[in-house]
Design a protein around this ligand. Structure first.
Ligand code: DGL
Length: 284
């Protein structure tokens, strides 16, 4: 990894891509928000499709996987890294952040910050993978900001396969959502964090289930906003004048099933892409 002291901004760095990674396909919801909100920026995305899911794995395993991916992205000369996966943000980011000189950002803090800003009755729900819920990070950040906050959490492991199956508006998924959210909704929350990469794709279904009194927080969108702020603060925003390119360039890498990866990408991203490259990530 690059040592802390080696980090220095120069022009070629400003025009380098942003590295984004996830356990698989879901992190593309974060890519989508970066494309919409930072259209000049180029993105190099890695999806760990060979080792997904991360949501039920140990901290040690997720840290090892994340270090390998960060190493891969460093080789691709990215200027900053976004950990698009909530589980990796919750379990590995704090350690990786200390080891790395590149600016790095996860999705949990931006999501938690928006929930803190949004809640009026100080009762916040969090839905996520088992790993993210087990880490307690959303709870820690929210209650750390204000001890009067109450956080109600629920792991929703079935949502990931349902989204990947494309059943985002299916009555079966709605029934599953009603079961998962029943207890949380009884707690009179006014804010619900969609704390997993896939959940923003269930937004309209979740809205139907939670009703108008509950505001949904999308950490993917909040992360794109936080990224914009971070790049500005560090003087790292893409400079279209010096590079002569006004539009971002996008590159995709995955550790398995690249065709399936691209099908999913082309279903949810605003721009059509032709392919992803296969990477033997265990070698990093
Ligand atoms: N990307 C994961 C997350 O946001 C969901 C999928 C998985 O379990 O790997 O937590």
């Amino acid at each position: 990894m690059t040592l802390k002291s080696d980090f220095e901004v120069n022009n070629s760095m400003r025009n380098a891509p942003i590295g984004v990674f996830d356990s698989g396909l879901g992190g593309l919801t974060v890519v989508r928000e970066i494309m919409r909100n930072l259209p000049d920026e180029s993105i190099t995305y890695f999806g760990d499709t060979a080792r997904v899911p991360y949501g039920n794995k140990s901290r040690e395993t997720i840290l090892r996987y994340s270090r390998q991916i960060v190493h891969f992205l460093e080789e691709k000369k990215v200027k900053a890294i976004v950990v698009a996966c909530n589980t990796a943000s919750a379990l590995a980011l704090d350690t990786i952040e200390k080891e790395l000189s590149l600016p790095i950002l996860g999705v949990v803090r931006p999501g938690a910050d928006m929930a803190i800003a949004n809640t009026v009755n100080k009762r916040v729900g969090v839905i996520a993978t088992e790993g993210t819920i087990r880490s307690g990070l959303y709870r820690k950040l929210i209650c750390g900001a204000d001890p009067e906050m109450q956080v109600f959490e629920k792991a929703c492991p079935l949502f990931v396969p349902l989204v990947e199956e494309g059943w985002t508006k299916d009555p079966i998924t709605e029934e599953v959502a009603r079961r998962y959210l029943g207890d949380i909704l009884e707690k009179n929350i006014d804010t619900l964090i969609m704390g997993c990469t896939h959940y923003p794709l269930l937004r309209s279904l979740l809205k139907k289930v939670v009703g108008d009194s509950v505001q949904l927080v999308n950490p993917a969108y909040e992360t794109a906003q936080a990224l914009k702020k971070m790049l500005d603060e560090k003087g790292l925003r893409h400079d279209p004048v010096s590079v002569g390119e006004e539009c971002g360039r996008y590159r995709y890498y995955a550790s398995d099933s690249v065709e399936h990866f691209m099908d999913f990408a082309n279903r949810i991203l605003p721009y059509y892409s032709v392919g992803a490259e296969l990477v033997a990530i265990e070698n990093y």
